[in-house]
Design a protein around this ligand. Structure first.
Ligand code: GUN
Length: 282
């Protein structure tokens, strides 16, 4: 079994990004800058946002967290986004998800300037993604592709199934696998005979959001399994959608949780911000 170590891939990527940031900073006399808006006080979201902030600093980028209270109005949130859109010193904007229920996410995504869309989640970025136009790509799916490529896992011509169809992972993951010439299926909660769909695939990206749902009965020795799930179990330990202990001995390759996809998401966010900074300064 090959352990697909996302921490190692992220470390290598961060080393490269540190050089990129140095070069950018010398050339333009300022470092690339990411602003993260967080609405409300969800503890997990605050932990993620802090990790993003620290990761920016480690590669020499500027970063600031904009904290807005949970009761913030739609218009106040969109005004904050507009301020960042027109600030010449800001290269990347990210609104941490989820946002409170009273906030209309579609309208928030429309408010972000696609040329500052560090998450690659605006509708223009999505259109570019499906049109093979050069632009930033959503961070988690981009990280998954980088892990597969780092470990020399063939994608071209292979059958891949993405379990989950979210805007943030499932759909863009399918687009990126297709771009790499895989034959792609998107499975979801209504898919009939999921086991059969998985058995027919070589690459299985699990983003179902169900802790420990996928056990050994779903997999065999030809499977490359990428687990995007991240949950806290009853003992406070992090766990994925896949039962790692029983699945890892029987598959060809697998990402652990933690230490798989998670570290790559943040590294790819940094990469996106640097890419946007370069595009704006062209
Ligand atoms: N919440 C969990 N993951 C993400 C992410 O990649 N981007 C944003 N904006 N919010 C998230």
């Amino acid at each position: 079994m090959i352990l697909l170590d996302g921490r190692k891939v992220a470390e290598d990527l961060r080393a490269k990004l540190t050089l990129d940031v140095n070069e950018f900073t010398k050339k333009f006399n300022r470092a690339p800058c990411l602003k993260v808006i967080i609405v409300g006080d969800d503890p997990a979201s605050h932990v993620y946002v802090k990790s993003k902030h620290v990761a920016c600093q480690k590669v020499g980028m500027l970063s600031e967290i904009v904290n807005l209270e949970a009761s913030v109005t739609q218009s106040k949130l969109e005004i904050e986004i507009q301020k960042l859109n027109i600030d010449p010193d800001v290269d990347g904007i990210l609104v941490q998800l989820p946002v409170p229920k009273h906030i209309d996410l579609t309208s928030v995504l429309k408010a972000i300037d696609p040329m500052k869309d560090a998450d690659g989640l605006t509708f223009l970025s999505t259109g570019y993604l499906w049109s093979d136009f050069e632009h930033v790509q959503p961070c988690t799916p981009s990280g998954v592709i980088k892990i597969l490529e780092y470990y020399g896992i063939p994608i071209k011509g292979k059958r891949a199934v993405v379990i989950g169809r979210s805007q943030i992972v499932g759909k863009p993951m399918a687009a990126l696998l297709l771009k790499k010439n895989a034959t792609v299926t998107i499975a979801h909660s209504h898919t009939e005979n999921l086991k059969h769909v998985i058995q027919e695939s070589e690459i299985v990206v699990v983003a179902a959001g169900k802790m420990g749902f996928f056990g050994a009965e779903y997999f065999n020795k030809s499977h490359v399994v990428v687990d995007v799930g991240i949950h806290k179990d009853e003992n406070g330990k992090l766990a994925g959608d896949v039962k790692f202990a029983e699945v890892s001995p029987i598959v060809k390759a697998i990402t652990p949780v933690p230490g798989g996809v998670g570290p790559m998401t943040i590294a790819c966010l940094l990469e996106n911000t640097i890419q946007l900074a370069k595009m704006r300064m062209r």
